[in-house]
Design a protein around this ligand. Structure first.
Ligand code: UDP
Length: 236
């Protein structure tokens, strides 16, 4: 295995499956199966999940809901997704902990770095909910920050696209995929990997990112083994 401790970032939108919103049971089950495969190999797995399938702070524009309020609503949405994922993983017999950036003792633990690391060392899958607990951030930023805090080896951004392309592959037929690219090149080419806050955090801390297609069964395990799947973004 190339990586021992991973931070897997899953978007909320992906959890909606073919639907625009909500949680798709099949997709949830598929993700649990993928995660189970890597846990069985002894990999320490931390997960940050988004909330876009339920609510995004930016969507409050023109609704009469204040932006900051909306962001907190988005953070709560990530906790809902985290709870769903936690249950699904537990139905596979995995041990899990949901840790939140916003205190809500009845449903999850508060995020405490040392506790998170201890859970991982004990083989528990740790899900980080509520982003970083502050408005005006995204769950990509939470993924980068938590990954640095728990000293993960890599951030794995599981998406529906199989990597970083020269242009948007959905609109440009000539777009080609990078298998490796440096942080600097991503900046200079203006490519969209994560939002800039999240991306810069990884760059400044030398934390590699792999963007890969999470919807292809077996891909997560391949990535962890170091097989050439998706796009690796690193210092060199
Ligand atoms: N959010 C926030 N601070 C954080 C993480 C998330 O305010 O640290 C809010 C923000 O409104 C965001 C929403 O939660 O739009 C859902 O997260 P995100 O959009 O990152 O989810 P994804 O796009 O991955 O589904």
């Amino acid at each position: 295995m190339k990586y021992k401790r991973i931070l897997l970032k899953l978007s909320g939108e992906a959890l909606a499956g073919e639907n625009q919103t909500g949680i798709d049971a099949q997709r949830l089950e598929q993700y649990a199966q993928e995660i189970e495969k890597v846990v069985q190999e002894g990999i320490e797995v931390a997960i940050v999940i988004g909330g876009g399938n339920i609510f995004r702070g930016v969507e409050t524009v023109g609704t009469g809901i204040d932006r900051v309020q909306g962001d907190y609503m988005g953070m709560l949405a990530t906790v809902i997704n985290g709870m769903a994922l936690q249950s699904s993983l537990e139905s596979h017999g995995l041990f899990t902990r949901l840790m939140s950036g916003i205190k809500m003792e009845q449903v999850c633990e508060p995020f405490i770095k040392r506790r998170a690391v201890r859970h991982l060392e004990k083989g528990r899958v740790v899900i980080f909910g509520a982003g970083i607990g502050s408005p005006y951030f995204t769950t990509d930023s939470a993924a980068s920050l938590r990954a640095i805090e728990i000293e993960a080896d890599v951030v794995l951004k599981g998406t529906k696209v199989d990597g970083v392309y020269t242009a948007d592959p959905e609109t440009d037929l000539n777009a080609t995929r990078f298998s490796n690219i440096s942080f600097e090149e991503v900046y200079s080419k203006g490519l969209n990997v994560m939002d800039m806050t999240a991306f810069t955090l990884c760059k400044e801390n030398g934390l590699p990112i792999i963007v890969f297609d999470m919807n292809t069964p077996g891909n997560l395990l391949k990535v962890v083994k170091g097989e050439e799947v998706g796009t690796l973004i690193s210092v060199d």
